[in-house]
Write a protein that binds this ligand. Structure first.
Ligand code: NAI
Ligand code: AKB
Ligand code: ZN
Ligand code: ZN
Length: 350
């Protein structure tokens, strides 16, 4: 096996990243080494690439980027007995402690000592990568690697969409970025109707339609609250799923939700948000959920089953596929410009 490999590395505390030759890592105790078959870009990778304030406070270069992955196990470290060479795995990216108050209540998704690979340690934008065995998720052999890599962000979308009843419910999704698009796919596969999507980018509104949105709205040109009221005969939507992180979208979505409806919030707001709690939440008796990460491991079972059911319309969401990492800068710039859905790399050229 090769001793060196190309990897996308955050080499310096500055904008961008570099494609460099690094050593192929050796798995330590409790770890496995995978041959990376597919790896996809997350919005968090973009923040690390851009070197925004959050990245500056958290990332310690030099570090291999990336965390969404599918790969074949080619070596197991000492003490690993749950995963074998030849297994086809994806990875839960949150490494949880198992000891804190949250973990001891089976709330691993809010472990207070969570570490994330590709964020707090080397990641997977490379030909080979280390995954802690406790984070490995075995895939069925016939799952395409690009779908298998999407399971981690699909988990975010599944936890948002399925935080309450959805079948047959009118649903508003704000934001059709990569995660909102996955949310549309999950909502449609789960029987939501009608699915109304508010998204300012024409490119992404078109993707939303291809994924199955029943109505798309440009919130910069028409009032989404009025549009939702027109579509729902003045009732408002039963379910509001926030995927944009835009404060205005939050306010509009709450106003467009029917009294007694359900609200699930995944988008992260860039600053504190001021809203009229009394009239938009309390007097409407809304059920509001904050969503973070994925439930371990219930969400992974749901995601895997949804993919295997064939009901998730993922192909329109995967807008860009790259063999090798040579064009990684183009990939990141396209994503920054909002001209992509999910971007997937297949690191091995052969
Ligand atoms: N809670 C969690 O565990 C996680 C949260 N996130 C957050 O989820 C959100 C979605 O992630 P991505 O899809 O990768 O982000 P993204 O930034 O690519 O997508 C956001 C979309 O919202 C749209 N948008 C902007 N203003 C809007 C408005 N007023 N109304 C409707 N749409 C509007 C944008 O045009 C864009 O297409 C982000 O805020 C991200 O930080 C991401 C991962 C995990
Ligand atoms: C930090 C991340 O980007 C990750 N996808 C998560 O779900 O927390
Ligand atoms: Zn991520
Ligand atoms: Zn913990």
């Amino acid at each position: 096996m090769a001793e060196k490999m190309p990897a996308i590395v955050k080499t310096k505390p500055a904008y961008g990243a570099e494609l460099v030759e690094v050593d192929v890592p050796k798995p330590g105790p409790g770890e496995v080494l995978i041959k990376v078959l597919a790896t996809s870009i997350c919005g968090t990778d973009l923040h690390i690439y851009e070197w925004n304030e959050w990245a500056q406070s958290r990332i310690k270069p030099p570090q291999i980027m990336g965390h969404e992955v599918a790969g074949e196990v080619i070596e197991v470290g000492p003490g690993v007995d749950t995963i074998q060479v030849g297994d086809y795995i994806s990875a839960e990216t949150h490494i949880v402690c198992g000891k804190c108050y949250a973990c001891r209540h089976n709330r691993y998704h809010v472990c207070q000592n969570t570490k994330i690979f590709g964020v707090d340690m080397d990641g997977v934008f490379a030909e080979y990568a280390i995954v802690p065995a406790q984070n490995a998720w075995k895939n069925p052999k016939d799952m395409p690697p690009e779908y298998a890599s999407l399971q981690e962000p699909l988990g975010n979308a599944v936890d948002t969409v399925l935080a309450g009843p959805i079948a047959g419910r009118s649903t508003l999704i704000t934001g059709a970025g990569p995660l909102g698009l996955l949310g549309i796919a999950v909502a449609k596969a789960s029987g939501a109707y009608p699915v109304i999507v508010s998204e300012p980018s024409e490119f992404r509104r078109n993707l939303a339609k291809k994924v199955g949105a029943d109505y798309v709205i440009n919130p910069f040109e028409e009032d989404p609250v009025k549009a939702v009221m027109d579509i729902t005969d003045g009732a408002g939507v039963e379910v509001f799923l926030e995927f944009s992180g835009a404060p205005k979208a939050l306010e509009q979505g709450l106003a467009a939700t029917t009294p007694g409806g359900r609200v699930s919030l995944l988008g992260l707001f860039p600053r504190d948000v001021t809203i009229d709690f009394n009239n938009l939440i309390i007097f409407k008796a809304l059920e509001v959920h904050g969503i973070t990460g994925r439930h371990l491991w219930e969400t992974w079972y749901t995601v895997s089953s949804l993919i295997q059911s064939g009901k998730l319309n993922l192909d329109p969401i995967i807008t860009h596929k790259y063999r090798g990492f040579d064009k990684f800068e183009e990939a990141f710039e396209l994503m920054r410009a909002g001209k992509t859905g999910k971007v997937v790399f297949f690191p091995h050229k052969g």
